[in-house]
Design a protein around this ligand. Structure first.
Ligand code: SF4
Length: 88
């Protein structure tokens, strides 16, 4: 795996902030604040909405899996760019 696709911060007070198997080996901190949050229901992750309409990602590990997170985030990043593009 290319190094730019993965990093870890084991000194973080919250590491690992989500439960996955073998986090010492597999937990990626690269997308700590998920860049897909703004996509709402289109992010592809395991979210739910609270009764007050807040998107809750507590059960989603998609941005934290070493082998797949980078590929998934990149597969959606054009949608993020499109949604934030300034319309002329
Ligand atoms: S953490 Fe998961 S559910 Fe939340 S925005 Fe990112 S991909 Fe979607």
């Amino acid at each position: 795996m290319e190094h730019y696709k993965f990093n870890q911060n084991k000194k973080c007070e919250y590491f690992p902030c989500h439960k996955i198997e073998n986090p010492e080996e597999n937990f990626s901190c690269m997308f700590c604040y998920c860049p897909l949050y703004m996509l709402g229901r289109e992010c592809g992750g395991n979210f739910k909405y609270t009764e007050s309409g807040i998107k809750d990602c507590s059960n989603c590990v998609l941005p934290h899996l070493k082998e797949t997170s980078y590929k998934h985030i990149m597969s959606k990043i054009k949608l993020v760019i499109e949604k934030t593009r300034e319309k002329k």
